[in-house]
Design a protein around this ligand. Structure first.
Ligand code: DX5
Ligand code: ZN
Length: 221
C-alpha cells in the first residue's frame, strides 16, 4: 500500500515565527517540508536558498523536499544536498540534460524528483520514469503561492500514474499548487500520493489544517 504524504509549502509560512510554525505542521502529522527555491529567471520571483535550508534542517526531523525552480539546477545540487535536502526536484524545462541532473542528485545520496509545468506534455517524462524517484506535476504555473488549481491537472496525474503502473514502477507522484481540503481527495484519487499545500496549511489554524489534511490522506490509503 502506498503511503500518502503531506508536504506543507514553507513559502506560505510567517518567517518571523518559522520554527514555531514548522513544529506545528510536524506535531500535527505532516511528514515533509516542501521548500520552494526560486531564482528570478526560471520563475519571476525569488524566494530563499541554502542558508535557510541549513537552519530548517536543524529545527525539524521532517523530510526536506526541495523544489528547485531554478535554471540549470545541476549547478546547485551538491550545495542543497550538503545543506540537508532529502529530496531534490528539478524542472524538466529548466535543464539542458535532465538525466544528468537526476544522476547528480543520486550521486549525493539524495532522492531525485523531476517536475513538469502545466503546459509540458506528460509524455516528456517517459525517458525518466526509471531514473527518478518522484514525479512532480505542477497544478499551477510555478512561481507563486495562492493560485487556483488547474482542473486539467487531474487528467495529467492519471496519465502519469498509468505510465508508471504499466511499467510496474511504484514511485511517488507529487502535486503542487492550489490544493485544499476541498479538492485533495480528487487529487489522491487521480493517483497522487505526495500532496503539497501552502495556503491550505498556513492560512488560518495551522495545526487544525494539517490534522484535517492528514485525516483525508489516511482515509485514502
Ligand atoms: C508554486 C510553489 C508551490 C506553492 C504552493 O510555485 O511551487 O509550492 O507554494 O502554494 P499553494 O498551495 O498556496 O498553491
Ligand atoms: Zn513547490
Amino acid at each position: 500500500m502506498r503511503e500518502n504524504v503531506l508536504a506543507p509549502s514553507m513559502l506560505s509560512a510567517d518567517f518571523k515565527i518559522l520554527g514555531k510554525q514548522l513544529k506545528e505542521t510536524e506535531e500535527a502529522g505532516a511528514q515533509y517540508i516542501h521548500f520552494d527555491v526560486m531564482d528570478g529567471i526560471f520563475v519571476p520571483s525569488i524566494s530563499f536558498g541554502m542558508p535557510v535550508l541549513s537552519s530548517v534542517k536543524g529545527a525539524t526531523d521532517q523530510v526536506l523536499d526541495v523544489h528547485l525552480m531554478v535554471t540549470e539546477p545541476i549547478r546547485y545540487v551538491k550545495e542543497f544536498a550538503s545543506c540537508g535536502a532529502d529530496i531534490i526536484t528539478i524542472h524538466l524545462e529548466a535543464c539542458e540534460d535532465p538525466g544528468a541532473a537526476l544522476d547528480a542528485i543520486h550521486a549525493c545520496g539524495v532522492r531525485a524528483g523531476i517536475s513538469i509545468k502545466p503546459a509540458t506534455p506528460v509524455e516528456e517524462l517517459i525517458p525518466y520514469l526509471d531514473k527518478a524517484d518522484m514525479f512532480l506535476v505542477m497544478s499551477v504555473e510555478p512561481g507563486f503561492g495562492g493560485q487556483a488549481f488547474i482542473p486539467e491537472s487531474l487528467e495529467r496525474i492519471r496519465q502519469l500514474r498509468y505510465l508508471l503502473d504499466e511499467r510496474d514502477l511504484e514511485k511517488d507522484v507529487e502535486v503542487d499548487g492550489g490544493i485544499y481540503h476541498s479538492n485533495v481527495a480528487e487529487v489522491l484519487d487521480a493517483g497522487a500520493n505526495v500532496i503539497v499545500s501552502g495556503s491550505g496549511v498556513y492560512k488560518g489554524n495551522i495545526r487544525k489544517n494539517t490534522a484535517e489534511f492528514m485525516e483525508i490522506l489516511r482515509n485514502h490509503e
